[in-house]
Write a protein that binds this ligand. Structure first.
Ligand SMILES: Nc1ccn([C@H]2C[C@H](O)[C@@H](COP(=O)(O)O)O2)c(=O)n1
Ligand SMILES: [Zn+2]
Length: 163
């Protein structure tokens, strides 16, 4: 008799996105993204962070103040990193799981990469022009956006061993 309490594909992929976000050094918002092909194979993963090869100390994590003294010009978004981490693999028809709804810049890159479905959890910036632009572009480009309502509030991962 097989287990019945296994997690769903959506919980699995969104869980991987959230776990990836746990690598983010952003003090205010940790985002992870997981790109999955039409056979439910994971193609790529990414989280929000600063530039490869640069020290995280080289750039500001601030949200407020002069634009150049905030993180916004420099931080690479989780979706962007996931697309780039795919290293040119064909993403046509893939889905992307991301815990926070994509901004307008990521929406453009998601659309241009051929990704056709966006699964998300949180839409905390839904009233911003950025998110409104994302939704407009996704609608025109016929990219489906699905807000996940997981069956369970949380999934626990333990490193505890039997020995
Ligand atoms: N879909 C998204 C939205 C945001 N991010 C990143 C970019 C920043 O590191 C952070 C947002 O910062 P906040 O304005 O909430 O302090 O989250 C992303 O990677 N993907
Ligand atoms: Zn973005």
């Amino acid at each position: 008799m097989k287990r019945t309490d296994y997690i769903s594909w959506d919980e699995y992929f969104m869980g991987i996105s959230l776990l990836s976000g746990m690598r983010s050094k952003d003090p205010s918002t940790q985002v992870g993204a997981c790109i999955v092909d039409m056979d439910n194979r994971i193609v790529s993963i990414g989280y929000n962070g600063f530039l490869n090869g640069c020290s995280d100390e080289d750039f500001p994590w601030e949200r407020e103040g002069d634009f150049l003294n905030t993180k916004y010009p420099y931080v690479v978004h989780a979706e962007q990193n996931a697309i780039l981490n795919a290293r040119g693999k064909n993403l046509e028809g893939c889905s992307i799981y991301v815990n926070l709804f994509p901004c307008h810049d990521c929406a453009r890159n998601i659309i241009q990469s051929g990704i056709k479905k966006v699964y998300y959890l949180d839409d905390k910036y839904k009233d911003t022009d950025s998110t409104k632009a994302s939704k407009f572009m996704f609608e025109k480009a016929k990219v489906e956006c699905i807000r996940l309502k997981p069956r369970t509030e949380k999934i626990e991962i333990s490193f505890k061993t039997q020995d």
